[in-house]
Design a protein around this ligand. Structure first.
Ligand SMILES: [Zn+2]
Length: 116
């Protein structure tokens, strides 16, 4: 299952970040997911609730932001409207998908640290 391995990746990266910061707990994890990543937010959240067990992520909340896919011209950077042909209206070359449109990234992790 796609969401399960993504959730494991999020937990793994968060655990590393929490260790580096010497955090005692993780409060919230902010994710950004591209529209074309094919990720189901609900499935990701329930997978996360399973894999976080026994880690410092236990009790942390996932905050997921979905971003719409967007295309632009790689040469003149003109944005291509959604629904329009995926070609630059000026130079005619194929439009390029924004690089985070099919990706999942961790934007920010809210940690609980001693003495702050
Ligand atoms: Zn162009």
């Amino acid at each position: 299952m796609h969401e399960l391995s993504l959730a494991q990746g999020v937990v793994r990266r968060t655990v590393v970040a929490a260790q580096e910061a010497k955090a005692k707990a993780v409060r919230r994890i902010f994710l950004r997911i591209g529209e074309l990543a094919g990720v189901d937010g609900r499935q990701l959240t329930s997978a996360f609730e399973v894999v976080r067990g026994g880690t410092i992520c236990d009790g942390a909340v996932l905050d997921i932001e979905f971003v719409a896919a967007s295309w632009s011209c790689p040469t003149c950077a003109v944005a291509i409207e959604s629904g329009a042909p995926l070609r630059c209206p000026t130079c005619g070359i194929a439009a390029q998908l924004a690089k985070d449109a099919d990706a999942l990234s961790i934007l920010r992790i809210e940690l609980e640290v001693d003495g702050v």
